[in-house]
Ligand binder design. Structure first.
Ligand code: NAP
Length: 495
């Protein structure tokens, strides 16, 4: 394998580094043009391949919003600088952003949150300087949803050990590459013990391999609270997809909002660099939007291309421009005093080569080592496993007592017994004192009767046939035990 095979980018025949650039929708073309001007003035050795995605592609009838030649270019260059893409509000189309993230398995979303000079916020002077590392493809964002009854919808929160290992290792590697000292893992493992708990347990295992970096767990709601109370305590935060979506926007707000929020979507093969903000349609074509977020995104891109000198030069020029305060966009100084998007970019260009203002912490960056994760399907093999029973989800407008009594009779003569019925996660049969509201979606739990080792497969089929003869079953879940530990949760109210 050559050094070029291992590098996270590819070279053009002229020796420059290949990058696919997608101008995108709304304000996208303006901020992408401004950013390219800055990079060209900074002499970034980039060979651009311009491609399309987003609104105009949807209008041409392509439901993914991403044409084949764009996909081919990304496969070739491995690196993308992208303007925002509008998400269609219609039904059939998917988000082109999500399509790109999933197609190229960019499993990590990296969002630096750093206080910028000249950008006044209630947190100015606190020295905020952290990176939020969000898992980018799993969790409820896998997008697996069902309406199980006409009145009850469900989304699958899917979390894998492999996905957790990738994101946790990346967070520690990022801490090392940026000379950071502490990684927090933020989860809701106190409630979601199996899914969020998997990230916590993986973090506890993997952190042992990084003794040079302090590791701490924090419950996500407290993390959101601490981010406002004492944001300067955080260095790196790694978290699951939805938690990360929410706290990274919170993080952006701490340092000035969407106009200043860069991001990178990193994968083993392809990485996509984009501002956090969207296409801001009301400002499209007006040359007024703040391009700082995308210019700072290009600093992340330059480091990914291992152009550390150019990256510092561009970053210092942005910081010097903001600190100078003479040229600022409307989101910072209001309409009357505002500089245009292009004028701001010109001001950044005029500051290239300048040292950053005093007080700006300069980090020594080195190449990020992406965690090596085999692409073969991950299979975690337990030492032992057995099936203890099954949950059958039933749509019924009857009450818990009637349904429970009927199911108790129906299961007679099989190795299973009705253990209980829950509604929206709370035990409602056998009857209890719970004053719970119920809907027409019943989780009926059948477990092995005493003394049995494992549920025979035929018993599961027989049970389902008997239920189907009288009720509409809508889903089933096998209840398993791995290495003696039940692999399912108990409902609220079960002792
Ligand atoms: P948005 O485009 O991010 O804009 C919301 C508001 O944020 C703007 O109206 C503006 O606030 C402020 N803002 C955004 N970018 C700014 C910048 N560079 N400088 C200064 N202020 C900025 O969010 P949206 O209106 O919810 O979404 C519009 C479209 O973008 C949707 O189709 C959405 O799906 C898509 N989107 C795409 C991406 C992506 O491609 N990664 C991300 C998010 C959203 P004021 O009105 O207060 O000035």
């Amino acid at each position: 394998m050559t050094a070029q095979d291992l590098a996270p980018f590819r070279l053009a025949p002229n020796g420059k580094k290949l990058v696919t650039v997608i101008p995108g929708d709304g304000v996208g073309p303006e901020i992408v043009a401004a950013t390219r001007r800055v990079l060209e003035a900074a002499k970034a050795p980039i060979e651009w391949e311009e491609r399309r995605a987003g609104a105009e592609v949807f209008k041409e009838g392509l439901a993914s919003g991403v044409p084949t030649d764009t996909i081919e270019s990304i496969r070739r260059t491995r690196v993308v600088l992208k303007g925002p893409l509008e998400t269609p509000v219609g039904f059939g189309e998917k988000s082109a952003n999500v399509t790109l993230r999933k197609l190229f398995e960019t499993f990590a979303n990296i969002r630096p949150v750093k206080e910028l000079p000249g950008v006044r916020t209630p947190f100015s002077g606190r020295g905020i300087d952290m990176v939020i590392v969000r898992e980018n493809v799993e969790d409820v964002y896998a997008g697996i949803e069902y309406k199980e009854t006409p009145g009850v919808a469900q989304a699958l929160k899917l979390v894998s050990r492999k996905g957790c290992e990738k994101i946790v290792r990346l967070a520690f590697e990022l801490a090392r590459a940026e000379g950071r000292r502490k990684v927090h893992c933020a989860t809701k493992s106190n409630i979601l013990k199996l899914t969020e708990g998997m990230l916590k347990r993986t973090f506890e295992d993997v952190s042992k391999e990084y003794p040079d970096i302090e590791a701490a767990h924090i419950i996500i709601d407290n993390c959101a609270h601490q981010l406002v109370k004492a944001p300067e305590q955080f260095d790196v935060i790694v978290t699951t997809n939805m938690n990360g979506d929410i706290i990274s926007d919170e993080g952006s707000a701490l340092v000035g909002g969407l106009g200043f929020a860069p991001s990178a979507n990193l994968g083993n093969d392809v990485s996509i660099f984009e501002a956090v903000h969207g296409s801001a349609p009301k400002y499209a074509g007006k040359n007024v939007i703040n391009p700082t977020a995308l210019i700072l995104t290009s600093v992340l891109l330059l480091r990914h291309l291992q152009e550390f000198g150019v990256a510092s030069n561009v970053e210092n020029a942005v910081v010097a421009t903001l600190a100078g305060g003479k040229v600022a966009t409307r989101d910072v100084v209001g309409d009357a005093l505002a500089a245009s998007t292009s004028a701001f970019a010109e001001a950044v260009i005029s500051n290239l080569g300048r040292a950053p203002p005093t007080g700006w912490k300069v980090r020594q960056y080195r190449a990020l080592q992406m965690p090596h994760v085999p692409s073969a399907p991950a299979r975690v093999v337990p030492k032992s496993r057995r099936t203890l029973g099954v949950d059958v989800f039933v749509e019924s407008s009857t009450d818990a007592r009637t349904l429970g009594t009927e199911l108790q009779k129906l299961v007679q003569g099989t190795p299973l017994v009705l253990h209980g019925i829950s509604n929206r996660g709370t035990l409602v049969f056998p009857p209890s004192d719970a004053m719970t509201d119920v809907v027409d979606h019943w989780q009926c739990r059948f477990l092995l009767s005493d003394g049995q080792r494992e549920v025979p497969e035929e018993a599961l089929i027989t049970l389902l046939q008997r239920i189907a003869a009288r009720h509409r079953w809508v889903a089933t879940e096998r209840l398993q035990e791995f290495e003696g530990t039940p692999a399912f949760t108990r409902p609220q109210g079960e002792d």
